[in-house]
Design a protein around this ligand. Structure first.
Ligand code: G16
Length: 544
């Protein structure tokens, strides 16, 4: 096997964002673009000779081409073994499971998550390390620095490997194992959950549920777990065939993009439970009969009821949420007498706490929830948690949520996204507010007293790493919050995210519509930022 050294020029735009490198497919199709990033990763790791890694993706357009490129670079860089998901498909939580189970050195995950696919859509790549989690900032920054100085990469000449059946190939010293990741993942779920209990609920003739895989990666996993292992009727599953363009849809499980599922769940005779997952299977949306569970509430409710789930019966070590996620989880931690950590947006920030055994369950407002069973968020895990709670408590989704609010109060919560706005305008809005933070501190806005106005920074309690500029926070005396930050996952223009939270303890006011309950904060945010005026938008692109 002859190793070729290819001369290349650095690309200036390969700094990973919130979750890896995400760009338009057309950018990844540029000659040397992906090769450069993969070689920069290998270099940043100090070389990968003799290592074992996994690779797979969410099946989106360009997945297969990218996989073959990575296999060739792996061979030329001395990797000993590469495990490739069957047909190139590997969900993000399954990748994390595989790394940990087979003690691999890491994995490349090819996905742009919930972003649209197809030739005009998005593509992405991220590297997960030996703990199973996304590479921390110190590594992603090193990859970026390597990419800036890269002048060559190593590859081999070899025809494409057949990925559609389970097999083992050798390319020189490299062993390529095409494997089925579904069974490993399903076995992990069976260790955590009581499948008899959940299966009993799913097989009840008067119970019905829908899971929408949105033509993305979770289809095969859902068929194995819900239908084959738990005995649910096959028609409980929607859109379970992975497609390169996600069937023309936007694989983002929220009220806007999972519209078909939402229509079923908000119909007159709706199923008792509905859920959806995203492109790479790490996000989840939970719905009841005519009821939406806010992701911030979802993680709090799972944590509060975790003693009812087999894998967490012995108790929780700690909880964590990203800063913009509502403080509903903090109230649960207080009740349980355990820590609740507040981290920047990005699952990578939970990694150290999980590895140090200080954290059992964590979640984000961006439809991500998981636990220490892997080092990624895990959509199907969250769905199984909810089914487990429904079966154990013999209650509907709505009643479980209401019970929680009655005990802890309701954290009214909403996120307003302004997508694809002019980058200069977006940065201008954030910079302008950042400059005024000091003068806002201690002042009055509308009728509310501001107790804190700052730019969130995080000191990792495990390794002491400091991460700054993670979002502007306006916190009021009544603990309401307005948060504004720029997304780190978009691929065109800039996306501004506004987050609103208000705590309501009066049981009679808990069933308001969140947009009504939060109206004052929404109006104050416009006064503070002038987003509508400056962007010409009359309303957010997405409200969740
Ligand atoms: C990624 C990260 C999440 C983050 C989300 C949104 O999720 O893993 O931690 O909350 O992006 O980030 P942003 O607000 O910067 O766009 P995913 O599902 O896209 O990989």
């Amino acid at each position: 096997m002859q190793i070729k050294t290819i001369t290349t020029k650095p690309f200036a735009d390969q700094r990973p964002g919130t979750s890896g490198l995400r760009k338009k497919v057309t950018v990844f199709q540029e000659p040397h673009y992906l090769e450069n990033f993969v070689q920069a990763t290998f270099n940043a790791l100090g070389g990968v000779e003799g290592q074992q890694i996994a690779v797979g993706g969410d099946g989106r357009f360009h997945n297969l081409e990218a996989l073959q490129i990575i296999i060739r670079l792996a061979a030329a860089n001395g990797i000993k073994k590469i495990m490739v998901g069957l047909s190139g498909i590997l969900s993000t939580p399954a990748a994390s499971c595989i790394i940990r189970k087979y003690r691999l050195d890491g994995a490349f995950i090819l996905s742009a998550s919930h972003n649209p696919g197809g030739p005009e859509g998005d593509f992405g790549i991220k590297f997960n390390t030996a703990n199973g989690g996304p590479a921390p900032e110190k590594i992603t920054e090193k990859i970026y620095q390597e990419s800036l100085g890269l002048t060559s990469y190593r590859t081999i000449d070899h025809p494409d490997i057949e990925l559609d059946q389970i097999a083992v190939f050798t390319l020189g010293d490299l062993q390529v194992e095409v494997f089925d990741p579904v069974s490993d993942y399903a076995e992990l779920m069976a260790e955590i959950f009581d499948f008899d209990l959940i299966g009993g609920l799913l097989r009840k003739p008067d119970f019905s549920f829908r899971f929408d895989a949105m033509h993305a990666v979770t289809g095969p996993y859902a068929e194995e777990i819900f239908v084959k292992r738990l005995g649910a009727p096959a028609d409980s599953l929607l859109n379970c065939t992975p497609k390169a363009d996600f069937g023309g849809g936007h694989p983002d499980p929220n009220l806007k993009y999972a519209a078909k599922l939402v229509a079923v769940m908000f119909a007159a005779k709706a199923p008792a439970f509905g859920a959806a997952s995203d492109g790479d299977g790490d996000r989840n949306m939970i719905l009841g009969d005519n009821f939406f569970v806010n992701p911030s509430d979802s993680v709090a409710i799972i944590a509060a009821n975790a003693h009812l789930i087999k894998g967490y019966k012995t108790g929780l070590k700690g909880l964590a949420r990203s800063m913009p996620t509502s403080c509903a989880l903090d109230a649960v931690a207080k009740d349980l007498g355990i820590d609740c950590f507040e981290t920047p947006t990005g699952w990578k920030f939970f990694g150290n706490l999980l590895d140090a055994g200080r954290l059992s369950i964590c979640g984000e407002e961006s439809f991500g929830t998981s636990s220490d069973h892997v080092r990624e968020k895990d959509g199907l895990w969250a769905v199984l948690c909810w089914l487990n709670l429904m079966a154990a408590k013999k209650m509907s989704v709505k009643d479980i949520v209401n019970e929680h609010w009655q005990k802890f109060g309701r954290n009214f919560y909403s996120r307003h996204d302004y997508e694809e706005i002019d980058s200069e305008i977006a940065h201008g809005i954030v910079d302008n507010l950042r400059r005024r933070l000091k003068s806002l501190q201690g002042g009055i806005l509308g009728s509310l007293k501001i107790t804190r106005a700052d730019d969130f920074s995080y000191l990792d309690p495990v390794d002491g790493a400091l991460t700054q500029n993670q979002g502007l926070r306006i916190i009021f005396k009544n603990r309401s919050r307005i948060i504004i930050r720029l997304s780190g996952t978009g691929t065109s223009g800039a996306t501004l995210r506004l987050y609103f939270e208000k705590i309501e303890k009066n049981p009679r006011k808990m069933n308001q519509d969140p947009q009504t309950a939060l109206r004052q904060l929404i109006e104050l945010a416009e006064i503070l930022t002038g987003i509508k005026k400056l962007t010409g938008r009359t309303q957010p692109t997405v409200i969740t």
